[in-house]
Design a binder for this molecule. Sequence first.
Ligand SMILES: Nc1ncnc2c1ncn2[C@@H]1O[C@H](COP(=O)(O)OP(=O)(O)OP(=O)(O)O)[C@@H](O)[C@H]1O
Length: 730
Amino acid sequence: MSSSQYDWAKNIPCRNVQIHGFCKFEHKGCSYNHELAKENEQKKDSSPISPTISSTTTNAALGKSVSPSALLASLNNNNNSANSSLIDPNNASKAPIFKPTLLKQQTSINSINSNFGSSTPDNKKFKIDSPAFTPISLSKFSTLSPSVDQIPTFIPSTISNNSTEQPQLQSQLQQSQQPQLQYQINSNLPSNTSNIPATTISSTLNNLSTPLPNTLNETSSGLDDFNSLRTSLPTTKSFNPMTAPIFTPKPSGNDILPNNFSNNIQPPTGEELFYQNTNLYPVNFLLYAPPPPPHVNLNKKQNERTVDDLFINNQLRQYLQLKNEESLKSISNNELDLPLHVGTYHSLYPIDHNYDYNTKSFGYTSIVYKCMSNDDGKLYTMRRLKNVPITTPSVLKSFKQWKKVDCANCVKIYDVFTTRAFNDNSLILIYDYYPMSMTLLENHFMSFPGKNPELITEDILWNYTIQLLNAITEINKLGLNIGKLDSSKIIITNKGRIRLSALAIKDILRDVKKKNASNDPSSLGILDDESDLNSNDLLNLGELILFLAKSTTFMQNPTEDPYEIISQLKFTNVFKKMLIYLFAKDATIEKFQELVAPMILKLTNGLQNSCDTFESTLMSELENARLVRLISKLDFISERPEMVKDGSWSETGERYPIKLFKDYVFHQVDENGKPVVDLTHVINCLNKLDAGVDENLLLVSPDEMTCLIMSYKDLKDLINRSFLSLIAKN
Ligand SMILES: Nc1ncnc2c1ncn2[C@@H]1O[C@H](COP(=O)(O)OP(=O)(O)OP(=O)(O)O)[C@@H](O)[C@H]1O
């Protein structure tokens, strides 16, 4: 910000001082006048009639304490007793008023003043007379700058200088700024404020409690310099869901791959490119409430909530949605010459990240597909091994024992069979499907667009060791062995959660070899290599952990000796002791479990904590689901075209209140006739309706010719009756 460019601002009082009482950019380049603003503030403070609202004094004044959890509590409880925080028995007669037409602003301020009269004058943030940002009614700013009225209307260069387009532009500008003004919800609204029009409360609180972003300050006051306005405004784009760019979670095939993309992975070309573009309707995350900007969260008080707090955590939601999207990906069979179905499985979709099919982990080319079962409609993972010389089904019998493995750290296997559906002798194995999983090798050693390899730490290695120990224990109990643990055959299905994939394959292939060897004695010598026959799973575990651990340390003396390598590792002694034990000849699972018991407890603690977090998320979503059902019920019964002639919906009919109630909840307008989009009001009303509380509300028709006083309880009965009669007609 060069001072010469913003000279016009030096006589304009800084709005940050007016709103927050200070400007954090005062000595950091803010060009507005801070002295003038402070003087103005002092003048106002000394004025005896400067009503202020403080959220804390609000409660004190009302003799009511609404805890931060009041909003959630109101969602959690259906019954009347549990809704006590929402009901004020003294207040039943003070019905909230639905004013469909313009209300005088003075009325709303007076009604608030009468409730909040005892508040202290010190809290600057909640001053009633703090100027609120209203893009259209610019006259509000006339006290700030004498030249405000001469604000040139911004017209982007792409739009012609046609005066008829100005209103549209203004509304777009307003639209773009509105969400920011609505971020903050004060959950501490006392229940007996219901006699204040909800529109007034919410709009006032929104305006008072939301700090204005600096850009607004600039755009509303950068008046004389039209050119600077021109350059600053185009960045403030209004959000239009119809035209907003669609967020595509996976990069397109055109993306340039990072330089360190592993050598053995080919950049996607041809058919691979096609996989990445198959989803024509990727989830548009922008359509959901975006997380509030950081300054809103930072300035948030304990009793304040944002819309964001009412829903599942944004990151978790996006992660789950990406998983869903991954599960739903599909491709036409013709595109990749895939069979229409393989046994009872159809809708095959390749999920390999590695398109180099020359790697043969099991001695055969292996391809992994996502598929759907025709039996139960669920998704499964299909692993296909190409051209396995199976001559008799008896070689598949070891699968029966593997099918019994039911462990949280193993991918469950369901089916094994051979097929010629791919025009070869393919061995097919069916496993559980975990969308968006990656192998350990991919996660820690490979780069993908948008994802760098995850650093291996001691904590991660402990985590893997304990989980793999669990898998080994369960598998050994069934008299089975895992064999050599391959980092490309262990998948990460969630943060830190690993599972052994590709179970049973080694045993089946060994039986195939044995069978073929018995038919052809000359091939006896090419049986499994020694390491694969190793039945000591603890040693296998030790080798895998050592492989991962040594990748973190530069070996000054390269050696193959595991003890030498362990001594050079930069990990704690406890970890090294654990690793040394895995290589001991007399190591047993029981003793190893004792050795790592403290770490098992640590892991269990973490898992239980994450379970608690998920449960609380589930609980809040449970309440959201309840409200969705209630809204559906309302919509089922109201405004049905076939009932237009039904007298009960007419203005004298018994169901007319339902129509008015919907207007009251969703179609309110504020003093200026602008639609009120206030989620707090909607949730409050719906919860009261669901609980059937004995509180009256005043329903007014849009033309103000009909007024009805009705309790939520009666309204609930009416809605239920209407719904039952609708079902009866079914
Ligand atoms: N049960 C499963 N559910 C979901 N994805 C899986 C499952 N099993 C494997 N995958 C994924 O399939 C991809 C390919 O797995 P695979 O075991 O073939 O690894 P790879 O590195 O391609 O090994 P190879 O070189 O043997 O083909 C991996 O990204 C893995 O995360």
